[in-house]
Write a protein of this length. Structure first.
Ligand SMILES: [Zn+2]
Length: 392
């Protein structure tokens, strides 16, 4: 009997040791936060149903749900949605990186910097758009792009790739912010090839919009947003992408994946405390606003290429946490009854119920160290605090 008790005690002690070890191994050194703007269940379904092979979503060991409302509306806009995902505070629609009291908030990217991590931003829209802006800016309107560009220069990020040069150089105050960045020690690149070939650990790539977003073959030219949704850049871009110009198709279609891989390569160097990288796939939202089925499906395929590259990275680097979610759903996107017989020559056609955002919950997919924390139903504002806690 006594021996049995000893065995039990030894087993309990071992279990304690094991759980401690497991607990420790679940702390990520690197965090990758991938946000699909407007990527609700309809968008994810469009990929799962139209793709034969395994998608990056299906490789997720952990899945959760994310309630996306803002401080003052069940339907958030991108600035408030981004602010909740970046700072842990729900703010009023229209506000970016500030609380309902207009006071600037501290983002999880800033907290990662305080912990000694290197940080990066990769987007397929402008660097000063709402979602990336939520991680470094603090303004009461997304349209304050000149101010957001100034705040970007103060962000302290090590690596950033996106578009939107005009607010850095064609400014009412005549300041050349690319010079400001260079004075701060950045290598600044204005072309894609230089970004792809750089070995710099501190660089900003500010590219042409045609470099960061493909032109698709869709003929749907419906532009603009209705139903009280913001008229966002993504909607305009998605409309422009429907102009039939396919000449730049192949390279920009790989932009997000390649820019992400390049950013990680440079962030990994001399990073004893690891890195925090936020990535936004911005134009899913635009195709939702434009109710463009083909565009959204192609955009989700691009998203999946990036996601798969990240899942492969996490497999090779198990000290990395990858969290994938959306700021909100756009378009009321669905797969409506009788809308598309299987194997129809025209392919799947999504159905839409609005040209604006919706307040339906969006998915969370988590991979790697600490991923299990993301199983469940969460409010958007909970995610940054959970990531911060894991990084500590
Ligand atoms: Zn939108």
């Amino acid at each position: 009997m006594r021996i049995y008790r000893y065995i039990l005690a030894a087993a309990a002690a071992l279990a304690l040791v094991c759980s401690c070890t497991t607990e420790k191994s679940q702390k990520p050194q690197n965090v990758i936060y991938l946000i699909g703007d407007g990527m609700g269940f309809g968008a994810v379904s469009s990929l799962l149903l139209s793709q034969d092979g395994e998608t990056g979503f299906e490789m997720a060991p952990v899945i959760g749900l994310n309630e996306t409302q803002s401080a003052n509306n069940y339907v958030t806009d991108s600035p408030a949605g981004g602010t909740a995902l970046a700072t842990g505070t729900r703010t009023c629609n229209g506000f970016l990186g500030v609380g309902p009291d207009s006071v600037q908030l501290e983002s999880v990217l800033k907290k990662a910097q305080t912990m000694g991590k290197k940080t990066g931003i990769v987007v397929n829209t402008t660097l000063t758009e709402a979602t990336p802006g939520a991680f470094y800016a603090g303004v009461t309107s997304r349209s304050m792009s000149y101010k957001i560009a100034e705040q970007f220069c103060e962000s302290g990020v090590d690596v950033a790739v996106g578009a939107g040069l005009s607010v850095f150089i064609n400014r009412p105050d005549s300041v050349d912010l690319t010079a400001t960045l260079i004075n701060k020690g950045y290598d600044v690149y204005l072309d894609w090839k230089s970004v792809l070939n750089t070995q710099s650990e501190k660089f900003v790539g500010i590219l042409e919009m045609g470099d960061v977003h493909r032109r698709n073959k869709s003929s749907n030219k419906t532009a603009g947003a209705a139903d009280g949704a913001e008229v966002c850049l993504a909607a305009k871009l998605a409309a422009e992408a429907s102009d039939g110009d396919t000449t730049r198709f192949s390279e920009p279609a790989e932009y997000l994946q390649k820019a992400t891989v390049k950013a990680i390569e440079q962030l990994e160097k001399n990073a004893p405390k690891g890195f925090f990288l936020m990535i936004e796939s911005a134009i899913i939202d635009g195709y939702g606003h434009n109710n463009d089925s083909d565009g959204m499906i192609e955009e989700m395929q691009e998203f999946d290429r990036t996601l798969k590259a990240l899942v492969a990275y996490v497999k090779e680097h198990p000290n990395t946490l990858l969290v994938v979610t959306a700021d909100h759903e756009t378009g009321g996107t669905g797969v409506g009854y009788k809308s598309h017989p299987v194997n129809a020559p025209e392919g799947m056609k999504l159905t839409f119920s609005t040209k604006g955002h919706t307040g339906t919950v969006v998915p969370i997919f988590a991979y790697g160290a600490g991923a299990e924390k993301f199983a469940g139903i969460f409010q958007n504002r909970e995610l940054p605090g959970m990531i911060e806690e894991l990084m500590k």
